[in-house]
Design a protein around this ligand. Structure first.
Ligand SMILES: C[S@@+](CC[C@H](N)C(=O)[O-])C[C@H]1O[C@@H](n2cnc3c(N)ncnc32)[C@H](O)[C@@H]1O
Length: 339
């Protein structure tokens, strides 16, 4: 008996719109040029997610120190049925920004498929490989699922979604991905997403909460060094894609919880004075000893901040679920009349 390849088996249920290749390389080049010429130097976290970066993130989710994934998983395991019952419609479509491996999404998919026969799932992720792998695995598990995926940056995805007709929608933004944005960017993003939702559509926003500095710093600087590898992999990616000569052994990972700003700051630190060349950008970059590249912020929220975020961007925060240790929050934002 011959077996159909998964791609053929799912050809009628899976569409992946790849919006990435057209301009990612040129915007990466522009962002590199600007970020490495700036003072202080910085790069954007979306560039962590090449193929290895996506795999390293999956490994981070298994680390004892990285409580975020476990806490959110615990909430969704306990409350997915209750969460989906808050979305008032017989038939709901599921949208997800930054879906990654979509492991936690399975809990929401299963809760929805208890209430309706078919489900349309629209994931958006900048990592085409993560999107392809997760889509195929989901389709193998759920015969009544259809997937219309966008391999793209959030904003290109949002633009494309404006053209897509959907019924009542539950959007997901999990894993405290919102924390990578500063407050102004978080407003811009949620407002843009509100633009593709209709009144009474819902957004489930997974947000990490403010807590003790040691717990936060350990979560982003684990003993095994996986988060360090995830951060330094950015240099490997620049070496590969731009023929740069970053010597990874001459840089290290650094993490600091900035309590005043409520954010974990992640840096790559130059261990010595050195010059790195990036031939494809015709750039030579000088580093002083201990000079840093700021690669990521992860903002932490409290309940008041979350309500303000919702009301400022066209939603009402109607429910919040916490894990038992109250480390993480899953928040239901319902789109209000004013978009
Ligand atoms: C921290 S992981 C979270 C993955 C998953 N949602 C979870 O909760 O475990 C961030 C995900 O968002 C994607 N991502 C990061 N920046 C993005 C951007 N600007 N546009 C689209 N996707 C992005 C990454 O590829 C990755 O899959």
């Amino acid at each position: 008996m011959s077996q159909q390849a998964p791609d053929q088996a799912h050809a009628d249920k899976l569409v992946i719109h790849n919006l990435v290749p057209a301009d990612l390389q040129s915007s990466f080049a522009e962002d590199l040029r600007a970020g490495l010429s700036a003072s202080p130097k910085h790069l954007f976290p979306k560039y962590f997610y090449d193929e290895l970066g996506s795999q390293l993130f999956e490994a981070i989710c298994l680390l004892p120190e990285y409580y975020l994934t476990r806490a959110e998983n615990e909430i969704l395991t306990s409350y997915a049925d209750e969460i989906v019952s808050e979305v008032s419609a017989e038939k709901v479509s599921l949208l997800e920004m930054g879906s990654g491996s979509a492991l936690k999404t399975r809990l929401i998919i299963e809760a929805l498929l208890k209430r309706q026969e078919q489900l349309l799932y629209t994931p958006v992720d900048i990592s085409a490989t993560a999107l392809e792998q997760s889509s195929r695995v989901l389709l193998q598990s759920y015969p009544n699922l259809r997937i219309n995926a966008y391999a793209s940056d959030y904003y290109d995805g949002i633009r494309a979604l404006q053209e897509q007709p959907r019924g009542r929608t539950l959007a997901l933004f999990l894993g405290s991905n919102i924390g990578n944005f500063d407050h102004e960017e978080a407003h811009t993003f949620l407002h843009a997403l509100r633009g593709v939702l209709k009144k009474d559509d819902a957004l489930l926003l997974g947000v990490d909460l403010r807590k003790d500095a040691k717990i936060l710093e350990d979560a982003y600087d684990d003993a095994l060094g996986v988060t360090a590898a995830f951060n330094l992999n950015l240099l490997t990616r620049i070496n590969r894609e731009f023929e740069a000569d970053f010597n990874l052994r001459a840089f290290r990972h650094q993490v600091f919880y900035n309590e005043e700003l409520g954010r974990v700051e992640v840096y790559i630190v130059s261990k010595q004075t050195q010059t790195v060349s990036i031939p494809r950008l015709e750039m030579e970059i000088r580093f002083a000893e201990n000079e840093r590249i700021h690669t990521e912020n992860s903002y932490k929220y409290d309940q008041t901040g979350l309500s303000q975020l919702a009301s400022a961007t066209g939603y009402t925060r109607t429910r919040t679920w916490l894990d038992e240790r109250e480390q993480f929050s899953s928040n239901l934002f319902i789109a209000t009349g004013e978009g």
